[in-house]
Design a binder for this molecule. Structure first.
Ligand code: ACO
Length: 323
């Protein structure tokens, strides 16, 4: 049997209409536009309306990705959705997207790896396609982080935003040299839970809880672990960092993006940054950044793209793609 690889056949994104500026935030907590911009690079974030859920954002991004791929929901065999802010404790939000798209075949499930969620979901879907268990997959990263942020805690509430991004993966015979997803690398280390977690859950507190983070310690781990995942992935896949056309990082903090780029001698013009406009949208941030760079023409077919993320757990990882 011939070997299969997963090509990104389509991409879509969606952001809620409401924009929350740093100035508006400084009327809510003791912060300032200057502090937030200098420490994080964030200027604004999008916030879901009261009646707008993660599934609402995800559905729009998913439909746009399907349109871009020229496929319909009937073509999709599996939906893998990364989210930390599901509409309900169960069922999986992915199954709600399946129903909304009118997809009555195949299967759908959620993946929970916080900000690394999209990289995990991409890797999981790639494995289904590579093994011939699915021909087309919808991979979604969608969040309403505004629902788990403590809006009285200035150390976290200024950082996060809401949004959704999605890609369609299609299986094709492996080309020489290969196209599509070339390699993925996933890691986690549960010892670091206390540095970044939500202080509630169905089994512990019977409530949703709020996001808690020791930001400066997460920052240090982020730069080290992200750089490690990028170099390890490239080594394993047989590429040099200098061969990468575009880096699409998780958008947590502009200083993390710059720290990693400096450590690996990556020119800043090769790093896609949307953190100023979106803040940290957790699992949605990588596909939102990828979407922007594809839409504005920077990332073109055939370009070598390296995506990476780190999130609560800790989880971290990277994906190398010939777009
Ligand atoms: N406005 C004004 N002052 C603030 C604010 C604010 N919004 N937030 C914190 N401060 C104050 C602190 O209270 C502290 O004051 P003190 O010195 O009087 O105690 C001072 O600023 C410095 O605080 P630090 O936490 O040391 O500031 P730092 O430069 O580290 O920036 C930040 C904080 C932006 C959170 C940074 O550490 C960061 O980005 N960390 C990583 C976040 C991240 O990567 N998350 C990834 C994954 S998220 C996920 O998985 C869900």
């Amino acid at each position: 049997m011939s070997e299969l690889s997963s090509r990104i056949a389509g991409i879509g994104a969606h952001l809620p209409a409401r924009i929350l500026s740093n100035d508006e935030l400084s009327a809510m907590v003791d912060t300032s536009d200057c502090w937030v911009r200098e420490r994080t690079g964030i200027r604004q974030r999008h916030i879901a309306a009261e009646d707008e859920t993660t599934a609402d954002l995800a559905e729009i991004a998913a439909r746009r990705a399907l349109d871009d791929a020229g496929l319909s929901a009937d073509d999709i065999d599996v939906i893998v959705m990364a989210t930390t802010t599901p509409d309900f404790t169960f069922p999986a939000t992915a199954t709600q997207i399946q129903a909304r798209l009118g997809m009555t075949r195949g299967f759908a499930f959620d993946v929970q790896a916080v900000c690394t969620g999209f990289i995990y979901a991409l890797s999981v879907a790639d494995n289904f396609l590579a093994r011939g268990q699915a021909r087309h997959a919808l991979v979604i990263g969608a969040e309403t982080m505004s629902r788990i942020v403590d809006w009285t805690d200035r150390t976290t509430c200024v950082l996060f935003g809401d949004g959704a991004g999605a890609v369609v993966l299609s299986a094709e015979e492996k080309a020489d040299p290969p196209n599509g997803i070339l390699a993925t690398y996933l890691r986690s280390d549960g010892r670091y839970k206390d540095l970044l977690h939500v202080d509630g859950g169905p089994s512990s507190t019977q409530s949703t809880g709020h996001l808690r983070m020791t930001g400066n310690q997460v920052f240090r781990h982020a730069v080290t672990n992200i750089a490690e995942s990028m170099t390890t992935l490239c080594e394993r896949a047989g590429y040099q960092i200098s061969e990468i056309d575009w880096f699409v990082p998780h958008q947590a903090n502009q200083r993390i993006l710059e720290g990693v780029a400096r450590k690996l001698s990556i020119p800043s013009q090769n790093v896609i940054s949307t953190v100023a406009d979106h803040g940290n949208t957790s699992a949605a941030s990588v596909p939102l950044a990828l979407h922007r760079a594809v839409e504005d023409g920077r990332i073109k077919r055939g370009d070598l793209v390296l995506m990476e993320a780190l999130g609560g757990g800790f989880t971290w990882g990277a994906a190398l793609v010939r777009f």
